[in-house]
Every structure is written in structure tokens, then in C-alpha cells.
Design a protein around this ligand. Structure first.
Ligand SMILES: CC(C)(COP(=O)(O)OP(=O)(O)OC[C@H]1O[C@@H](n2cnc3c(N)ncnc32)[C@H](O)[C@@H]1OP(=O)(O)O)[C@@H](O)C(=O)NCCC(=O)NCCS
Length: 211
């Protein structure tokens, strides 16, 4: 994940099953009663986030989920978390340089039957069919849309459905663009992807325009 994001975004990741880690009281209270697996992934993501915050030269604090499940980052920071089987990551950046960040990881395999029709329209499905074979492009699209949602939601505070972003993947550049089809704070995102180590990784970092 780190090489998918620009300089200035601090990224920490963990490969393998999450061993968990300590939670701060605010985090424990917000998480509530959950399965051991959920507690471990939640804690592993916070461990990555704390390391990423420390790498920015800051002292990490609690990172509870808000009512919409989005992590409540301390003032001055934007960031994003992801976890899937065998992988956990956190990306954190100063708000002075970045408007929003969104990251996602998925196992590198095709989507379950029937899912693609729910997350991609006919034009996107035709686009995926035109891409070189050997990569589960449906999962790249799905993950990119998850990254779009994680980048969009902290800015807009509104729902964004799978039909509300039109994805185009550039396989040679390892990049994608998402055109947002609803009104809001941004009209689109560009992001990067990688397919390696049994994972599909996608990442977006929207920089603040220079003053
Ligand atoms: C929220 C969602 C994107 C999470 O993705 P996922 O692949 O299921 O799970 P991941 O492990 O990659 O990410 C989970 C993390 O996302 C973050 N997250 C959850 N809701 C969020 C939100 N509203 N905004 C930003 N980040 C959010 C959390 O940090 C969560 O980890 P945590 O619960 O341990 O804190 C997904 O469950 C969802 O609701 N998708 C529907 C919306 C969507 O994708 N629309 C497409 C728009 S084009």
C-alpha cells in the first residue's frame, strides 16, 4: 500500500492475520460487544494508524468509529483504514496538505457470482471485459469503489452508492479515475491500484490545492 500513495501520506500495514493489540477506552466503548475476529481486525487497524501517526511526528490518540462507522481522526489529520483476510493498513495525512484519503484491500480473486452486476453498470462491465486477461478486474473495480466511498464520505457526509461513481481503469498506469454522478464537494477522484501478494490494493489521496 505505501507506494500507492504520494509522499506526505504516512502508511503502515501488517501482513498476516491480525494479532490484535490494545484498545483505548473510547475505542473499546465505541466498538461494543463484537466477535474476537472483529476485535482483532479493529485493534490491528488502530495499531497501524498509531504507527502511521507517530511517523508523522505526532502523538497518537484514540481513533473511535463515529456513528457512520467512519473513524474519527484527531483534528488536523485525515486518514483511512482497511482490513481483509491476511492484511491490515492505515493511511494518515495532515489536513493541511490533503483533503481526504481512502484505501481498500481485498483478496485477489473474482467477486462472488452476482456481485458485479450490483456494483458496475453495463458500460463499466464492457470496460472490464476489454482489459488484459489475468487480473480479477471486477475486484479491482469493487475495491476502487470502496476507496472512493472512504474518501468521499468524510468530505460529503452523505451516502454514495455503487451507481454514483463511474470507474475507468488504466491497467498500464496502475491507476483509475472515478467520476462522481451526484452533487457534492468533489466531482471525481483519481487513484492507484496494485495486484500483488494475493491482494488487490487501491488508494486515493486528494491533495489540497496549493494556495
Ligand atoms: C464502509 C465500507 C466501504 C467498508 O469497506 P469494506 O471493504 O467492507 O471493509 P474494510 O475493512 O476495507 O474497511 C473497513 C473500514 O472502513 C472504514 N469506514 C467505515 N465506514 C466508513 C465511512 N463511512 N467513511 C470512511 N471510512 C469508513 C472504517 O475505518 C472501517 O474499519 P473499522 O470499522 O475497523 O474502523 C463498506 O462496508 C460499505 O459500506 N460500502 C458501501 C458503500 C460503497 O462502497 N459505495 C461505493 C461508492 S462508489
Amino acid at each position: 500500500m505505501p507506494d500507492l500513495l504520494p509522499v506526505g501520506v504516512s502508511v503502515r500495514d501488517l501482513v498476516g492475520e491480525p494479532a490484535g493489540g490494545p484498545l483505548l477506552p473510547e475505542e473499546r466503548a465505541a466498538l461494543g460487544p463484537v466477535s474476537e475476529q472483529r476485535r482483532r481486525e479493529f485493534a490491528a487497524a488502530r495499531r497501524c494508524a498509531r504507527e502511521a501517526v507517530r511517523a508523522l511526528g505526532l502523538v497518537p490518540g484514540p481513533l473511535p468509529p463515529g456513528p457512520d462507522r467512519a473513524p474519527v481522526w484527531p483534528g488536523g489529520l485525515v486518514g483511512s483504514l482497511t482490513h481483509c483476510r491476511g492484511y491490515t493498513a492505515a493511511a494518515v495525512a495532515p489536513r493541511s496538505g490533503f483533503r481526504t484519503v481512502g484505501i481498500d484491500a481485498e483478496p485477489c480473486r473474482p467477486l462472488p457470482r452476482g456481485v458485479l452486476a450490483k456494483v458496475a453498470d453495463a458500460r463499466e462491465r464492457a470496460h472490464l471485459a476489454s482489459l488484459p486477461p489475468g487480473v480479477p478486474w471486477d475486484t479491482v473495480l469493487f475495491s476502487a469503489k470502496e476507496s472512493v466511498y472512504k474518501a468521499w464520505h468524510p468530505l460529503a457526509r452523505t451516502w454514495l452508492g455503487f451507481a454514483d461513481a463511474a470507474l475507468v481503469i488504466d491497467p498500464a498506469a496502475g491507476a483509475f479515475t472515478a467520476t462522481i454522478g451526484v452533487g457534492g464537494p468533489v466531482t471525481g477522484f483519481t487513484g492507484r491500484f496494485a495486484v500483488r501478494g494475493g491482494l488487490v490494493l487501491t488508494a486515493i489521496a486528494l491533495e489540497e490545492p496549493c494556495a
